[in-house]
Ligand binder design. Structure first.
Ligand SMILES: [Zn+2]
Length: 199
């Protein structure tokens, strides 16, 4: 028997909007799925209790910068400010120290092509750099994970047979929250298991 393939869900740009986050959290709970959330420091500052609810439901909270700039084009000082401020606000809001960073747009974060300033600052802050394997493109119009997106996701899943666990990128937004139960059903139908995110 071949080993079952696995996916890990990651949600970027949260924790706001709170309505979308809450719907996503309850869908994950219903399906016993643990996910990771790459949050923006500025959004955590606006809504610390939303950040707390991610942790309260047993998920991981990670660093996605303060204000979503292209860190590959930013100076070392700017990269440091973006990531450090976000570490601090996550810690203040949740008591958790984030262990991973996902740079906005994935810029500078692809393996073997890490942006040097980003790599240096990440090391200083004890953060490992993580992009994704499967892009749901849920941010593209029409937003969410409708049939057009599913087709594209299937192609990516079929095209990536080297890894046993694939990280699937989504965003905290209402359309994704709405489509998530059906997306989970489809992934199960395709034979995927849901893995817990690594620390
Ligand atoms: Zn983002």
């Amino acid at each position: 028997m071949t080993e079952k393939r696995k996916v890990v869900f990651s949600f970027d740009d949260g924790p706001n909007p709170a309505g979308a986050l809450n719907t996503i959290l309850s869908t994950l709970q219903k399906n016993s799925i643990t996910a990771e959330f790459y949050v923006l420091g500025s959004e955590v500052e606006r809504n610390p209790s939303a950040a707390k609810s991610i942790i309260a439901r047993g998920h991981k909270i990670q660093n996605h910068s303060w204000s979503h700039p292209d860190l590959a084009k930013a100076s070392e000082a700017k990269v440091h400010l973006e990531l450090k401020k976000t570490q601090d606000i996550i810690k203040k809001a949740t008591g958790i120290t984030a262990t991973k960073v996902r740079p906005p747009y994935g810029a500078g974060g692809w393996p073997r092509k890490h942006d040097p300033e980003l790599a240096k600052v990440a090391r200083q802050l004890s953060l490992s750099i993580h992009n994704w394997d499967i892009d749901t493109e849920d941010w593209k119009a029409p937003r969410g994970i409708g049939p057009g997106k599913i087709k594209h996701i299937k192609k990516q899943l079929d095209g990536n047979k080297t890894k046993t666990t694939l990280n699937v990128l989504m965003h905290v937004q209402i359309e994704t929250a709405k489509d998530l139960p059906e997306f989970i059903r489809i992934l199960r139908e395709w034979g995927f298991l849901f893995a817990k995110p690594t620390s």
